[in-house]
Design a protein around this ligand. Sequence first.
Ligand SMILES: Cc1ncc(COP(=O)(O)O)c(C=O)c1O
Length: 357
Amino acid sequence: MSPETLVNLSIAPFTASNPLSQAEFDEYVMTTYGRFPLTLERGSGCRVWDDQGREYLDFVAGIATCTLGHAHPAMVAAVTQQIQTLHHVSNLYYIPQQGELAKWLVEHSCADRAFFCNSGAEANEGAIKLARKYAHTVLNIENPIILTAHASFHGRTLATVTATGQAKYQKDFSPLVPGFHYVPYNDIAGLEATIADFDRHQRQVAAILLEGLQGEGGVRPGDRAYFQRIREICDETGILLIMDEVQVGMGRTGHFWGYENLGIEPDIFTAAKGLGGGIPIGAMLCKSFCNVFQPGDHASTFGGNPFACAVALAVCNTLEQENLLQNVQYRGGQLRLGLQKIAKNSLRSFKKSGVGG
Ligand SMILES: Cc1ncc(COP(=O)(O)O)c(C=O)c1O
């Protein structure tokens, strides 16, 4: 079939005109998610509609992912243009869209180099591998330990679920990956004691992997003094500071990166979720001094392909052009005030009802 014939075929887009029932869906799809009995069919901006035509304000945004909302014209244009041009080639060749995206990320962060993959877990896997290679080849550590925090979340692959300091995600998946140890979040004394313990006889601690704000762990913001002291420790010892920006990055806190709220720069950081605005892409970025990967050390078939990179670049450019960081700050302030008002009113009516004594 010639390309002309293909273009002229009227290909029906997927619509849920004859959808499987939710019970039928469960017959075919593994039950790894506790799903709400809800089927969303369409989205526009920050609103979505279900299959009954009901409208919702989308606070979930694909879990911190739809940076530009739904069906943003910039994304539609990037998707359409790139799929019609060249959607996938191997990393055996130069990919201009990948280079452009890396340039944008480097110019808008503290990093010098980027590696692309497909998800947050995969980005964190890359960071863990980079830190281990740095430990072996630069720090001369034979059995490197990476410290992570209790209540953290770093993904569901075997290494990242081990890095995740929550037993409920690890249950039934042992043996876990060796080389991880958990410390309490925002507790500098605990961290210093743990490093001293591990490094008493020979150096073992290679990296500290943290979120700048714990998302899945209950929305717990990082303490500035804690992170600034960690930065000092890392500078003094050569331990690498890795920040997981998968959930807080890409403008979610009113800055491009969550670490900007803490007044520090990580040595390595990871991004995914909002980076592609809903198109799967992840990135692992690092400073030059720890850029120790050589050809063959790490790879991903889909990572950084023209399609994902062109769309992510459109997301990044739009974030800037539409001044979305300012909007995040404004809306964040508005939400905070509203929530404080609700809390105050509920406290008042609680006291009035006399239940509180
Ligand atoms: C902080 C953080 N890191 C990593 C991940 C894993 O990302 P993904 O689901 O894209 O693998 C998540 C997902 O929720 C996350 O919140």
